[in-house]
Design a protein around this ligand. Structure first.
Ligand code: ADP
Length: 303
């Protein structure tokens, strides 16, 4: 699993540090809802353009490979703006691979490649001149295991998202507080911001990682089984948070927990052996699936 703490990812962020303002000088524009990445970078400054409307993602004919292994087979799917889309399916069905293709993390795995089109609104994130750093800033990711930077304080963990992305010209304290509030963690940590992030409980650590992700003001948040390491109460908190976050972000969540998909997702996509079998409103996937394989899976006959 690629992780934001990987040296590779950190190195890539160097690309955004050029430019006087430090707000990033994109190599190419990644238009989104009529804006360019240059305009998107205005989110970094004190004059940030704040809008609750997030773009959707449209995937067409996605193929993903690990060397000669064909993991994702001709997947086309729409992730609706400001909605939660859950991806379910048995282990190995390709959920995480599809997720990583949505912000070009897949290509970081040696030997891995993807084909097809992934549009953020109307911008092809695989376009030849698109800045991959900008893609990952616009489409953030939260991982299965909470991964706060072990030597950093709570405050610095959140600020790290900004620093790693080369974002300057921001009131750090204000952005950290806003992000921690956005992750429903502020009240629990506001009096101990200088304490180590790893001193928090597992659920708090995951919310800290969500705060780190939203600190750079992405448009889409990808979550790869974000609750699988958490207890039921911490899980519930994250699920409530996801419901809250969709007011501002488009959310895609991989989960092996069908109850979780039923609780949090507006639509659910069922994957099997690298193919998308069905994608429909969550209620319909669980109560009236159109494909017999979906029905067998959601009723526990396999997987
Ligand atoms: P899921 O998330 O549904 O469990 P994955 O996307 O992890 O499924 O895996 C899809 C397929 O790709 C599986 O056959 C898996 O073995 C393969 N795969 C996943 N990651 C790698 C990797 N790093 N190297 C080689 N094959 C991989």
């Amino acid at each position: 699993m690629t992780d934001p703490t990987d040296a590779k990812t950190i190195t890539m962020t160097d690309d955004t540090t050029s430019g006087e303002s430090g707000a990033g000088a994109p190599r190419a524009s990644l238009p989104s809802r009529g804006t360019s990445l240059g305009e998107l970078s205005q989110h970094d400054g004190p004059t940030a353009i704040v809008t609750n409307a997030a773009p959707g993602i449209s995937v067409t004919g996605l193929q993903a490979y690990y060397g000669s292994g064909h993991a994702i087979k001709d997947v086309s799917i729409e992730y609706a703006p400001n909605k939660v889309t859950a991806m379910i399916g048995p282990s190995g069905s390709g959920k995480s691979t599809v997720l990583r293709c949505l912000n070009r993390m897949h290509e970081e795995i040696p030997g891995a490649r993807a084909e097809g089109s992934v549009l953020l609104d109307d911008a092809d994130i695989y376009g030849s001149s698109v800045d991959v750093v900008a893609v990952r800033r616009a489409i953030g990711m939260v991982f299965q295991k909470p991964n706060p930077f072990p030597t950093m304080s709570i405050f610095d963990n959140v600020a790290a998202g900004l620093k790693l992305n080369g974002i300057r010209g921001v009131d750090l304290k204000e952005r950290v507080e806003k992000s921690l509030r956005g992750a429903s963690l502020w009240e629990e940590v506001k009096d101990r911001l200088s304490e180590p992030g790893i001193g928090l409980s597992g659920g708090q650590q995951q919310r800290l990682c969500i705060a780190r992700t939203i600190a750079v003001e992405p448009q889409v948040i990808l979550m790869d089984e974000p609750c699988s390491a958490l207890d039921p109460i911490a899980t519930l908190k994250i699920e409530e948070l996801i419901d809250d976050l969709k007011q501002r972000f488009t959310i895609v969540i991989v989960t092996h927990n069908m109850q979780q998909a039923a609780r949090v997702a507006d639509t659910t996509a069922f994957f099997l052996a690298g193919e998308l079998i069905e994608h429909a409103p969550t209620n319909s996937v669980f109560t009236n699936p159109s494909d017999s394989r979906t029905e067998e899976y959601v009723t526990g006959k396999f997987g």
